[in-house]
Design a protein around this ligand. Structure first.
Ligand SMILES: [Fe+2]
Length: 266
C-alpha cells in the first residue's frame, strides 16, 4: 500500500449568502479561513480533502448555490461522493469529497453537487485511493443517528469486497462526554460495531459533534473533529463556545493512520 495523506474538515453550515450569520457566527468567512490555512500549510502534502457533512444550514437552494459558487465547483465533474474540484483561497482545482450531514437535504445536495448521480435517500458510497477503500456511510437527516438496515447491509457487503478500509461518516458512533451530544448516537449503534468488528478498518472519521475527539473501539481508532464554524462545549446541556476551528491531516502508512490537528485562528 502506498503511503498518502488527506485532509478532513467537517460541519460548515454555510448560509444563503456569504455574509449570512448563523447563531452569530460567520460560516463562509470561517470556512474560507480554514481552506486558506490548508492551502498554505498542508495542501501540497495531501492528495484530497474530505468533508463529512453539514455543508449548509438551512438546506435551501440558495445555500447550496452559495456553497457551489464559493468553492467554484464545476458540478459536471463527478458523482457522489466526488471528487469535485474546488478552487478557493489558494486551492486550485483541488480534489474534494463531500458527504451529507443531518442538516443537508439529500435531494438538493445531490442536485447541486452531483447532478449526474440519480437521487438518493441515503448517500452510501465508496471510493478507492491508492489501495485503500473509503466507505462513506449515511446515518440520516435527524440529529440522532439511525443505523438504517440498508446502510448496514451496504457496509457488510463492501467490507467483504476489499481491504483495508477507512470509514467516513457524519454522525459520531462513540460518546464524546456530553449528555446531549451522546444522545445523538444511534440507539442500535451496536449493530454497526458488530459489522465492523474484526474487519480491516484503519480508522473512522466523523463530524456532527463539533468537537475534536479520539477514541479506540475494539482496536479501531475513531476521530471526531471541530467544525469550521461554532463548536459545542462538552457539557451536559447544549452550549456553543468560541474555540477556533480544527482540521485534521491524516496520513495512511504501513497499514495505520497517523493524524495531526491544525488549529485555525479566525
Ligand atoms: Fe453540524
Amino acid at each position: 500500500m502506498t503511503s498518502f495523506s488527506f485532509v478532513h474538515v467537517t460541519d460548515h453550515h454555510l448560509g444563503e449568502s456569504e455574509t449570512a450569520l448563523t447563531r452569530g457566527f460567520a460560516p463562509a468567512y470561517a470556512f474560507r479561513t480554514v481552506l486558506r490555512h490548508i492551502a498554505a500549510t498542508v495542501a501540497d502534502q495531501a492528495d484530497f480533502i474530505v468533508s463529512t457533512g453539514d455543508l449548509v444550514e438551512p438546506a435551501s437552494d440558495a445555500a447550496y448555490e452559495t456553497a457551489r459558487a464559493m468553492l467554484n465547483i464545476n458540478s459536471a465533474d463527478g458523482r457522489a461522493p466526488g471528487p469535485l474540484y474546488v478552487t478557493v483561497e489558494g486551492l486550485h482545482r483541488y480534489p474534494m469529497y463531500f458527504l451529507p450531514g443531518n442538516h443537508d437535504d439529500r435531494a438538493s445536495f445531490i442536485r447541486y453537487l452531483f447532478p449526474r448521480t440519480a437521487p438518493l435517500d441515503l448517500v452510501n458510497a465508496t471510493f478507492v485511493h491508492k489501495g485503500v477503500q473509503f466507505i462513506c456511510l449515511d446515518w440520516g437527516t435527524e440529529a440522532k443517528a439511525v443505523a438504517n438496515p440498508a446502510m448496514l447491509d451496504y457496509l457488510a457487503r463492501v467490507l467483504r469486497g476489499r481491504s483495508p478500509s477507512i470509514i467516513l461518516m457524519h454522525h459520531q458512533p462513540v460518546p464524546v462526554g456530553s449528555r446531549w451530544l451522546d444522545e445523538f448516537i444511534a440507539d442500535d449503534v451496536a449493530r454497526f460495531w458488530d459489522v465492523v468488528r474484526g474487519q480491516d478498518v484503519l480508522g473512522i472519521f466523523c463530524g456532527h459533534a463539533h468537537t475534536t475527539h479520539e477514541t479506540l473501539v475494539d482496536g479501531i481508532p475513531v476521530f471526531g473533529l471541530r467544525s469550521t464554524i461554532y463548536q459545542f462545549a462538552r457539557c451536559d446541556e447544549p452550549m456553543l463556545c468560541l474555540e477556533p476551528p480544527h482540521y485534521r491531516l491524516v496520513t495512511v502508512k504501513d497499514g495505520e493512520v497517523h493524524t495531526q490537528i491544525f488549529e485555525v485562528p479566525l
